[in-house]
Design a protein around this ligand. Sequence first.
Ligand code: ADP
Ligand code: MG
Ligand code: MG
Ligand code: MG
Ligand code: MG
Ligand code: MG
Length: 620
Amino acid sequence: MAPQLRGTTLRWSDTKALAEFVRARGLQQLVQVLTQRGHGDHPLLWGDEVEYMLISFDHTARRARVLFNAEELINDLRAMDEEANPGYPSRWHLEYASYMLEGIPAQPYGSSMAELTNVEQSMRVRRRDILARLRSNETICSLTTFPRLGCPGFSQPECVPKHRDGQSASLFLPDEAISYHPRFSTITRNIRERRGEKVVVNVPIFRDRNTPSPFIDQIPHGDEEAAIAMKADHIYMDATGFGLGNCCLQVTLQARNIEEARHIYDQLAPLCPIMMALSAAAPFYRGLVSDVDCRWSIACAASDDRTRQERGLEPLTTCKWRIPKSRYDSIDSFLSPGGAQFNDLELLKDEDVHLQLLDAGIDPLLAQHFAHLFIRDPLVLFCEKIHADDDENEAYHFECIQSTNWQTLRFKPPPPNTNIGWRIEFRPMDVQLTDFENAAYVVFVVLLTRVILSYDLNFLVPLSKVDQNIRKAQKRNAVLEEMFYFRKDIQAEVDTPPAEEVGILMSIDTIINGKVGVFQGLVPIVNSFLEDMEVDVETRCTISDYMELISKRASGELGTMAQRLRAFVSSHPDYAHDSVISERVNYDLMLRCDALARSRPHRHGVDPLHELSHGAFQTG
Ligand code: ADP
Ligand code: MG
Ligand code: MG
Ligand code: MG
Ligand code: MG
Ligand code: MG
């Protein structure tokens, strides 16, 4: 997240007028860091980010609603804990929605194996500290999507969408759903104004036995723009909040130096779709059951600020180029020398930026990566910062571009005037319900980077194949039903086969658990790494539990969060098998999720969500 400044933001026309200026200043800041901060020998440091939703229960009416109270809560937490107590272990950030919070550890974790067991405890403390400040009918839930987001009366307090003149101009989401911080309303308005129309999200509906065919979504006010934008058999959404108002789980790792950072970034790219499918936790949108399991494509569409010309819907007259993807989407190029041969996606570049980076002696793979990020306009500019001259202490203009390129991975340069090194942020995962699960996914990603470095593994395949995998990963039940293009021989060798022959289609079970004669499996590789390391028994046991969760989700023995959520709704007596999630179903589901998330740690492969499955359902 870019610095959470207070101040005055610019409207789109003024932002647009300053875009070239911001790019030029951002480029200077980038060149500075690229030429001065490449090397060094930084330790592995890493950390997680967990996003949460605030939920309010009305036990009399049996309703669960999102609570627009994050800012007050965060201010309170900061004043009481972070500022008053220098050793306070967590840090809280505002997020896009006024019902969302983001919690991180106050200090990143270090490189010892024992640190892997600290992350779950840190998450537990975060949850406890928020819960302690809430009323008895309120809770926080690390839930990727709120099932009835945007339905009538979905929020506390109840607010009316301003579909004619609001920041979102949404038929469903009131502006009060957006955090008060000006960054977020400005992102919302400027995406819409740059695009020239409201964002359009059409998510395929899950066709249940009583779902009308064709399914035609209900549009309030007979709105014409919506009537044109919506598609039959899809759930229609019209606001950035439907994407950025969902929660995710992220991991950030510091590399030894820029070379290692480029290497880790590339090696993690083919793992993005695999972890996306394994973490799938987002089947419900706007009170309806969808046919996708992950939030990713919804976020892409909800943040898509491309004009009609840039999207290829109209001939190019005033815009510079067609742009294949939203600014929220998967990465478009590998960065390491070994990755170059697998760069087979169209890569648009801001040519000025590209040439200046090359002129400054920047490596071509890095030059094209950043020149690609610079094709985007800044979305949020704070008046107070535009002409401030503080490059000693921050790279404000660079961050204006970087921080609104929301890709599956982010390559993060060291901030000026710090001893922080090059970092990679891993961003594709949906957030899980329990601290146990979130810790398991985070630890697995961290351990994967350790085995990649220790055993010199190579997961690279053509990037177009990674993109195909990303599309598959989000489909309903992809974890069990889709085949993913994955590298066969992951021992890095000098001569690799031609790019188009490096991989084959594998199931996630094969990729994670291995299959004799086909692939070793990522969990077995991690386990053998752990055997080679000196790890104390307690740490080893904790990590084994995590690996068991990952392994069983990959094999299907345990369901993903998405599968469990679907099963809960499907078996609820109030569900009419018409793809509609009623107030009552939503209430019972939120109650159950809350009870599970608060319960004691689940160990030894016990499915933390077993009570969400068929048969075990009891009404709240
Ligand atoms: P953003 O929102 O930009 O992704 P945050 O500050 O919210 O950034 O989260 C950063 C994450 O990176 C946190 O988990 C934090 O613990 C971790 N972190 C902080 N410093 C470092 C570092 N030097 N190396 C690796 N991770 C770090
Ligand atoms: Mg953050
Ligand atoms: Mg962030
Ligand atoms: Mg966040
Ligand atoms: Mg982040
Ligand atoms: Mg230019």
